[in-house]
Design a protein around this ligand. Structure first.
Ligand code: GLC
Length: 731
């Protein structure tokens, strides 16, 4: 018996050693470059369709099905996990569907929302939520284009970075991966990212379709909602990405109204394809994206990723009649047409290794971080610091020196360099000013440092294990969600040690600015009155320290605006529970919920201060009465009434004054970021098709523009006192 155990142990040890050694060998690369395939550049859509049909006609059933799933067999998938989490070798490209006999390229997929994820060292941009706070679609398109370039260099033609799930409750663990709480902002920013990535013939993947706004129980949770809420709140931003030409959607893990998204024909076929005319393909989320082959295929799920857990059964399903071969053919055609279309587009440039984390991309990461940070409070012009009046600055908090770019899940990015918040400040002040640093763990030492400084920068907030992706599908509903295990947050304020530190330090030195690091709303009421200044810095990416210093010292005028509501109390947000098996999403959350409750926010959606001031005047609507097919035109003068140049986000909300159906008090329906020199005035024009005011009528199954009284509300936040009003009527 002993001998048996000994030899068994030795055999297992040998297998383990061989497996680990095998894991060190990087997986084989599959070419995604047009030069390696015979397809003519510039094919028309008709030629692409014809070519796809000709290829299909030559395929065996097995070859067709090979187009419909990732080609990672379990050992290869396991190798990827070991390389990522054990060997620290980063991630592999997930391939699907290469066919050498017919010269068909694979899908070569990689994440993620803040840069090409863990394929060597790549540019780490500010998290998506930070970029949402820029309210700058043109900038977001440039960021998407940079990700497209780095995808091509890394051998990726399918970028999974387009997360646009609506932030319903800020506790959602993956809030940092999306652009905020409002469908209009989500749609504008998500569509900009899609256009940017696809500029470089990389297929953009928009995710997670749909209603994925809860993390810990995402693999199981059933989200129920009514038809109007689905249409008017949780889907419009996805539609905008379809209209932007998104190549692909990724279905969500969760259920919607009792059906898993990966099997949800209403979402994947009826709405996405038949109503919206989506021409691309749908892929599943990883591993647990579908639960059986035939219901998924018959619902419109094209590609199971990253391996054929269930689509290995598709051939049998066809033979048994559970899935018609015609259905398989339609799925294959969607995938082939999309791959052929993108690989036959003329490239705008070459793609070379020096383009990854290039000086241009680093500068873009810096610009993005500078334009995302939100100045929430600035009493008596406490900021920007005047170096001439500063001889000593204390920087306090462990996050000031952390490499803290955000979640370590699928959105993780490893930059070649990173400027920490402390390093940014140290570099900016130069020789004339002494910077002292205390992590703040030793309260006495931190207080002593603060007490001797002319000003204090107190960094507080979260890291990847405070909020992020839940990678364990086996979380038990009874498993008490512990802080620090990632996933959804169990409270929305800062951690206690941060709050204590703020109280202690601000008592010792009231000249303290709190710099908040995180990816979502943080309730600040318990401490925000203690300090004269608060800056939301987000997870600001690889150049975050420089961006912070540029704002603190006035080299850059902050222009970010909140992409979500910061409420006075957690109770002001919709009910949320990380481990619930079912949850109902209603029509109100964020600013629409506060409006409905007649409550105010601590810091409202769309709010952000500047070092200068702006005034709005001459708000006029072109026509007082409009038809449902008209376009609303609104003009407003915006003047920089301060002493320094700055950028302003001019926002247009529509007020529903006598709707025949229940509507929110107002909804965002336009925004424009403009730059103004001191004293300069610009005229901002909004043109909004009246159809954008429609509500969805579930009985008629169509969008309806109700006649009645409306108001165009224009200003620099969703707060009523920040909005000027011009009424109009629809007849
Ligand atoms: C994850 C995420 C998804 C990601 C995918 C591949 O589970 O939900 O956003 O793109 O797996 O990494």
């Amino acid at each position: 018996m002993f001998r048996f155990l000994k030899y068994t142990f030795l055999l297992l040890a040998a297998v383990a050693i061989v497996f680990i050694a095998w894991c060190y060998i990087p997986p084989a690369r599959q070419s995604i470059e047009a030069a390696d395939y015979p397809w003519k550049k510039g094919m028309t859509a008709a030629e692409v369709d014809q070519t796809a049909r000709e290829l299909l006609s030559q395929m065996t059933l097995e070859e067709k099905i090979d187009q419909l799933h990732g080609d990672q067999a379990y050992p290869l998938f396991l190798k990827g996990i070991v390389r990522w989490f054990v060997l620290g070798q980063g991630r592999n490209i997930a391939y699907a569907g290469r066919n050498d006999r017919l010269h068909i390229p694979p899908l070569g997929a990689a994440d993620g929302p803040r840069g090409v994820s863990l394929l060597g060292k790549t540019t780490c941009f500010p998290v998506t939520m930070a970029r949402g706070a820029s309210w700058d679609p043109a900038l977001e398109r440039r960021v998407g284009a940079a990700m497209g370039i780095e995808s091509r260099v890394r051998g990726v033609n399918y970028n999974l970075g387009g997360c646009i799930n609506l932030l319903r409750n800020p506790a959602w663990g993956r809030a940092q991966e999306t652009y905020g709480e409002d469908p209009w902002l989500l749609g504008e920013m998500g569509a900009a990212w899609v256009r940017g990535v696809q500029q470089h013939n990389v297929m953009a993947c928009v995710k997670h379709f749909a209603l994925n706004s809860l993390e810990n129980n995402r693999f199981k949770v059933n989200v129920t909602t009514d038809e109007r809420t689905l249409r008017e709140v949780y889907l419009p931003h996805f539609k905008k990405c379809v209209d932007a030409g998104a190549a692909s959607f990724m279905s969500a893990y969760n259920q919607v109204n009792g059906e898993y998204c990966g099997h949800n024909r209403y979402l994947l076929t009826d709405i996405l394809r038949q109503e919206w005319g989506f021409q691309g393909f749908v892929s599943s989320d990883w591993i647990y994206g579908i639960y059986a082959a035939s219901p998924a295929a018959n619902a419109g799920m094209d590609v199971e990723m990253p391996l054929p857990r269930h689509y290995s059964d598709l051939a049998q399903a066809v033979r048994e009649g559970r899935v018609a071969e015609k259905t398989i053919d339609e799925m294959v055609l969607r995938v082939l047409r999309t791959k052929l279309w993108f690989i036959t587009r003329p490239d705008p440039q070459a793609y070379t290794p020096d383009m990854v984390a290039s000086p241009q991309h680093r500068a873009l990461a810096l610009e993005s971080a500078e334009k995302s940070m939100v100045l929430l409070k600035n009493e008596a012009g406490f900021l920007p610091f005047q170096p001439a009046k500063l001889k000593k600055i204390a920087v306090i908090g462990p996050l000031a020196t952390a490499e803290n770019t955000g979640d370590h899940g699928s959105s993780a990015v490893k930059p070649p360099t990173l400027v920490t918040l402390l390093e940014g400040i140290q570099t900016a002040v130069g020789a004339g000013v002494e910077v002292i640093y205390e992590p703040g763990i030793n309260a006495q030492k931190a207080a002593a440092a603060a007490g001797q400084a002319d000003a204090v920068v107190l960094v507080a907030g979260y890291r990847y294990n405070d909020e992020g992706e839940n990678l364990s599908p086996f979380r038990d509903a009874n498993d008490p969600v512990k802080w620090g295990s990632g996933g959804d947050r169990i409270f929305l304020r800062l951690r206690e040690d941060d709050e204590v530190r703020i109280q202690t330090i601000s008592a010792v030195n009231p000249r303290t600015v709190v710099v908040v690091v995180g990816g979502s709303a943080i309730v600040m009421d318990s401490w925000q009155s203690q300090v004269p200044a608060i800056l939301m810095a987000w997870y600001p990416g690889m150049e975050g320290g420089t961006a912070l210093a540029n704002i603190l010292f006035g080299k850059v005028n902050p222009s970010g605006k909140l992409p979500f509501t910061i409420a006075h109390s957690e109770a002001d947000y919709p009910w949320f529970s990380p481990m619930t098996d079912t949850i109902t999403y209603g029509p109100y959350h964020g600013y629409t919920l506060l409006d409905k409750k007649g409550k105010t926010a601590a810091f409202p959606f769309g709010f952000g201060l500047s070092y200068t001031t702006f005034s709005y005047s001459k708000l006029t609507g072109a026509k007082p009465v409009l038809s449902p097919t008209d376009t609303l035109q609104v003009l407003v003068n915006v003047t920089n009434t301060g002493q320094s140049a700055g950028e302003e986000v001019v926002q247009l909300y529509i007020g529903f004054e006598n709707s025949p159906v229940e509507r929110p008090k107002k909804l965002l329906r336009g925004f424009e970021k403009i730059g103004l020199q001191a004293g300069e005035t610009k005229v901002v024009r909004f043109q909004l098709p009246v159809r954008e005011l429609a509500y969805y009528d579930p009985t008629q199954k169509k969008w309806v523009v109700a006649p009645g009284r409306y108001a165009a509300l224009v200003g620099n936040s969703s707060r009523d006192e920040d909005l000027q009003r011009t009424p109009f009527e629809v007849r």
